[in-house]
Design a binder for this molecule. Structure first.
Ligand code: ADP
Length: 428
């Protein structure tokens, strides 16, 4: 039986999932990141990767046909010609490139995705000021470097990780403004389809862990796309809402939508059916993220309270409370207003009533989000999978279904590692 391994490098730890051809989970592993010092990041990632491989039983390792890795989007690094990191990587949320945005505005087109303080491209500009920069040969994303540790090839990435670097995912090439105006002595990665095989596993890793010598290492993806893939959604109109600390929506669509006013952008969906069926059109993963979500609920209630109070709510009844649940002022999607104030008044004495108002208000924001994506041209919504802490709340699901007017289901699989395992299977 052939098996496929997906590895997820998330914000709080690394995980792995092995699946069979039917998508059944055969093994899982996890490696929490404890207090690692930033200077040690690449070695701690390397250690985590080897530890995860070691957690999989020998019997399973021997049957793994392909491996794919997802990293956090816009976590980037520089390395030398041998793949050795030449400086500390910059993490996904590191905004120290903000001061270079004015310079980048002279290079990138107006409102481009790269014009953000945390984009991969602004981080590359920031790196270029370092005294260590001349030692660097390659600019890589976290997933690219981890992939290199398994296949031994440098200078390779995928079009999900490369979006925030400025790669043109419609034309599948680096745009001229990037190649002609950037002028940095660095090799930008060659971009593959996520899941596409890069090469076979290195002899060293195969021997050390007893992987088959022809085990394929595939191009990776980002954590949020891997989590979308995990849901199994693959036809236009299917969507995934992530109800974690914040609320993020992603809708699979035949139309590409981008609107920087609302932080809406599209990722290219790796559609492997396309190679065999040329009739199939490109698919896009159109998404936006709101600042509302579970963090506001957590501010008022413990998880146990959320569960018990939710049971007291009749989801068929409409709450008259009209809130905009935020922890602080500012929203981007589906309303773009940096000064939008939290609206959490009036607060009824009864906590279940208050929670009802909160859940219903967040459900309205989610529904408005999908409406906005469709107004801007995305396919009609027909199915919503749910991931994240809020997915476990049946009362909320029923309320959301009332607003969304389409079936709402919890995803069976929500782990990004599972999505990467699917990618490894589909890509090969
Ligand atoms: P993240 O990874 O984004 O921090 P998770 O996906 O782990 O978040 O989800 C945690 C969030 O889920 C918390 O903010 C919490 O308020 C919310 N949550 C947990 N249990 C429930 C529940 N029963 N109903 C609604 N929300 C819940």
């Amino acid at each position: 039986m052939s098996l496929y391994l997906g590895i997820d490098f998330g914000t709080s730890g690394a995980r792995c999932v092995v699946i069979d051809r039917e998508g059944q989970v055969q093994a899982e592993g996890r490696y929490p990141f404890n207090m690692v010092t930033v200077a040690d990041l690449p070695s701690s990632w390397h250690e985590a990767l080897l530890a995860l491989l070691g957690q999989i039983s020998l019997d399973i390792r021997k049957r793994i046909k392909a491996i794919a890795i997802n990293g956090t989007s816009a976590t980037v690094m520089l390395c030398d010609a041998a793949g050795k990191p030449v400086d500390t990587p910059l993490l996904y949320n590191d905004g120290r490139g903000a001061g270079l945005l004015e310079q980048l505005k002279n290079i990138a087109p107006p409102n481009h995705t790269v014009l953000s303080a945390t984009s991969s491209l602004v981080k590359l500009l920031w790196f270029s000021q370092l005294t260590t920069f001349p030692q660097a040969r390659y600019f890589l994303h976290q997933a690219d470097w981890l992939g290199f540790l398994l296949h031994g090839q440098l200078g390779i990435s995928d079009y999900h990780n490369a979006l925030k670097l400025g790669y043109d995912i419609e034309k599948l090439k680096y745009p001229d403004w990037l190649t002609k105006k950037l002028n940095l002595a660095i090799e930008l990665p060659k971009i593959l389809t996520p899941g596409e095989p890069v090469g076979t596993i290195t002899e060293e890793i195969a021997t050390r862990f007893n992987f088959p010598s022809d085990c394929l290492i595939c191009a990776g993806t980002t954590d949020s796309i891997a989590a979308f893939l995990a849901s199994g959604a693959k036809t236009p109109g299917e969507a995934v809402t992530s109800l974690g600390s914040t609320l993020a929506v992603k809708l699979l669509s035949r139309t590409y939508v981008e609107d920087s006013r609302y932080g809406i952008y599209s990722h290219r969906f790796p559609n492997f059916g396309q190679e065999t069926n040329k009739q199939e059109k490109d698919l896009w993963l159109v998404g936006g993220a709101s600042n509302t979500g579970g963090a506001v609920l957590r501010h008022f209630f413990s998880n146990a309270e959320l569960e018990s109070l939710s049971r007291e709510i009749d989801p068929g009844k409409i709450s008259e409370l009209d809130y905009y649940p935020l922890l602080k002022a500012g929203e981007r999607f589906p309303i773009n207003d940096a000064n939008l104030q939290p609206q959490l008044e009036p607060r009824p004495e009864n906590n279940a009533e208050f929670l009802h108002g909160l859940l219903e208000s967040i459900a309205r924001i989610e529904a408005r989000g999908y409406e906005l994506l469709q107004e801007l041209g995305a396919d009609k919504l027909n199915w919503v999978y749910t991931a994240g802490g809020g997915a476990a709340n049946p009362t909320w699901t029923a309320i959301r279904q009332r607003y969304l007017k389409v079936p709402v289901k919890s995803s069976v699989n929500t782990e990004a590692a599972y999505g990467s395992a699917l990618l490894a299977m589909q890509g090969t």
